[in-house]
Design a binder for this molecule. Structure first.
Ligand code: GLC
Length: 612
């Protein structure tokens, strides 16, 4: 960093920019079955999702990560795939998927899907064939077998609330098969070159359908070896290099996103030397965000980011607060886990395995200031933010539902029947919508929040716009300052063109601190949203005060740029978003055409679509 005014550097050329799209992206994670039900059978579908693409665009997201939607018996919500090239018919057809991708692309929204390759469903024809095939045959060896069920004893059990062993006896094969998750999810055998060939084939099938990225599910467990924990093995990384090479060959703009819930140094390995995954979820950081907030102490966040800052070129963390799984506490110490359970999940029912099955708003007791604080970190720390559907409105959960279903309930569109998600009979819904008085769809829904200026939804939209207006958040560096007051977190996000100071008060009550900003002597802090000029920086310690759980984003500008600096004022949601029962909006690619032709074509298209 230099205090001298630097000339604005030319931005990356467009090819590089296109390739690195994920660095400045905002990802919206959703399950198609939970989003919108267009055919009123009680289950969300691709036609329904396509209807709401403008909502996602208006939120400011430019990539969608879809939870699994392939053919599956749904024993693990689709992470148990029985046909990798077919869509669960309840969600639609391949043509409808293709149409959804086209419509997303027309809005410059990319689509990331799941590559669930550690395991398949036991209903997959590969498994059915394997259990009947002679031991040692290539068909049998699609999976991992044992006569005794005593191998790999050092591998931990992940779903400790439901499984007692990683081996299950198969009476047809007359042997045990290996599974790191549910017994209905036999692990594929990556020592078999035929399996690797199948995976490449699946990857290319979805690339040909226009997919822009893959989340690699459960990726640390691909290969098992005696005497090891079966996690993060060298051989697993070799498989990842093969997958990356295939992606580079076929579609260099496609990203690979690792789900590797591991300690910091092991999670970092999933980037390889820039030859494995482009992104990895920041599992080491996530629980520490909640820890810092609970302890009102910046140290957990600063320490973990310092340990995980060195990434190969072009790699990026994916940041998240919550997702479709439990808030995992597998990788913190036992004391830390007990503490976090004590703070965030007092009742046993709120826990599952080694985690907490709650959504963001319920975890924080609906406390808007703490929700905003965590969002401010999500959107300003070093990584690409991933927002879990419904958390942008502060949707609730239902801890009485089994497994992790309580955080996977229908999107709360309106106060209408079934939360405006579906017109099916209530009993046909895939899961009941949340209807408790604080977080249920009567009080918390998109329709209401779009019309309320101060709603969480409008506030999140505003934050996303600010983030996107400042590329330093996406691809810049992070430097922590060391304020004397540990309840205050202070960091700079900076690149060749921008210098942003982020300040956060982790404490419930107002705090003050002093910062050494002498390196930026002469710069002027300008508040990012409203453009308010703050006192100039000098060589003396700079005093900052913040109300309880408050945060500030300040641009540090040279004096001669203050006048012309742009801020990010509030903007209302687009008024033309569809309401659930209105017809599909005009597709953007058609908007470019002559409006007369568009009107006619639209009519034909909608009629065709609706009667289909
Ligand atoms: C991943 C998924 C989780 C699933 C598991 C097994 O961790 O996020 O939902 O149960 O893999 O596939």
């Amino acid at each position: 960093m230099s205090q001298k005014k630097s000339k604005k550097k030319p931005s990356l050329d467009t090819t590089d920019q296109r390739k690195l799209w994920y660095k400045n992206a905002v990802i919206y994670q959703l399950h198609v079955r939970a989003f919108y039900d267009a055919d009123n059978d009680g289950v969300g579908d691709f036609r329904g999702l396509a209807k709401w693409l403008d909502y996602i665009k208006d939120l400011g997201a430019d990539a969608i990560w879809l939870l699994p939607f392939c053919q599956s018996p749904l024993r693990d919500d689709g992470y148990d795939i029985s046909d990798y090239k077919a869509i669960n018919p309840a969600y639609g057809t391949l043509d409808e998927f293709r149409d959804f991708v086209e419509q997303a692309h027309a809005r410059d929204i990319r689509v990331i899907t799941e590559l669930v390759v550690n395991h398949s469903s036991d209903q997959h024809p590969w498994f059915q064939r394997a259990r009947r095939a002679p031991p040692g045959s290539p068909e049998r060896d699609y999976y991992v077998w044992s006569d005794t069920g005593h191998e790999y004893e050092e591998a931990r059990i992940i779903f400790i609330d439901s499984e007692v062993s990683n081996w299950t006896w198969d009476p047809v094969a007359k042997a045990y098969y290996w599974h790191r998750f549910y017994a209905c999810q036999p692990d594929l055998n990556f020592d078999n070159p035929l399996v690797i060939r199948e995976i490449k084939d699946i990857l290319n099938f979805w690339l040909d359908l226009g997919v822009d990225g893959f989340r690699l599910d459960a990726v640390p467990y691909l290969v098992e070896r005696e005497g090891t924990t079966g996690e993060n093995l060298h051989e697993t990384h070799s498989v990842l290099k093969i997958i990356r090479a295939e992606v580079e060959r076929r579609h260099p703009e496609c990203v690979l996103l690792a789900e590797a819930n591991q300690p910091a140094e092991l999670t970092l390995r999933y980037f390889g030397r820039g030859d494995e995954c482009h992104m990895a979820f920041h599992f080491p950081l996530m629980p520490r965000l909640f820890m810092s907030l609970a302890q009102e102490d910046s140290a957990p966040i600063v320490d973990i980011i310092e340990q995980t800052r060195a990434l190969p070129d072009d790699c990026q963390w994916a940041l998240f607060l919550r997702n479709h799984d439990e808030l995992t506490l597998e990788m913190v110490t036992e004391d830390e886990r007990d503490y976090l359970w004590h703070v965030y999940a007092t009742h046993r029912r709120l826990r599952i395995n080694l985690g907490i099955r709650r959504r963001l708003a319920t975890l924080l007791n609906g406390d808007r200031r703490r929700i905003e604080l965590l969002y401010s970190l999500l959107f300003s720390l070093n990584g690409t933010p991933v927002v879990y559907y419904g958390d942008e409105i502060g949707m609730g959960d239902n801890p009485f539902l089994g497994d992790r279903d309580g955080v996977r309930t229908p999107m709360q569109w309106s106060a209408d029947r079934n939360a405006g998600f579906s017109r099916a009979d209530h009993v046909a819904l895939y899961l009941p919508p949340i209807h408790d008085p604080l977080f249920g769809y009567g009080a918390v829904n998109v329709e209401l929040q779009r019309s309320m200026r101060s709603s969480l939804l409008n506030w999140v939209r505003w934050m996303i716009r600010a983030r996107r207006a400042h590329p330093a958040f996406g691809s810049g560096e992070i430097t922590f300052l060391r304020p004397g007051n540990p309840k205050m977190l202070a960091y700079l996000r900076h690149d060749e063109n921008e210098m942003i100071l982020c300040l956060v008060n982790l404490c419930e009550t107002a705090q003050a601190t002093q910062l050494d900003l002498s390196e930026w002597d002469g710069r002027v802090p300008v508040e990012m949203f409203g453009g308010c000029r703050f006192p100039d920086i000098g060589v003396e310690p700079y005093t900052v005060t913040l109300p309880g759980h408050g945060f500030l984003w300040l641009k540090l500008l040279p004096e001669d740029e203050v006048e012309t600096a742009e801020c990010v004022p509030f903007e209302a949601s687009r008024p033309d978003l569809p309401a659930p029962d209105r017809p599909l909006p005009t597709r953007p690619r058609e908007r470019e055409k002559d409006s007369q032709v568009v009107a006619e074509e639209d009519q034909i298209d909608h009629e065709g679509h609706d009667s289909a």
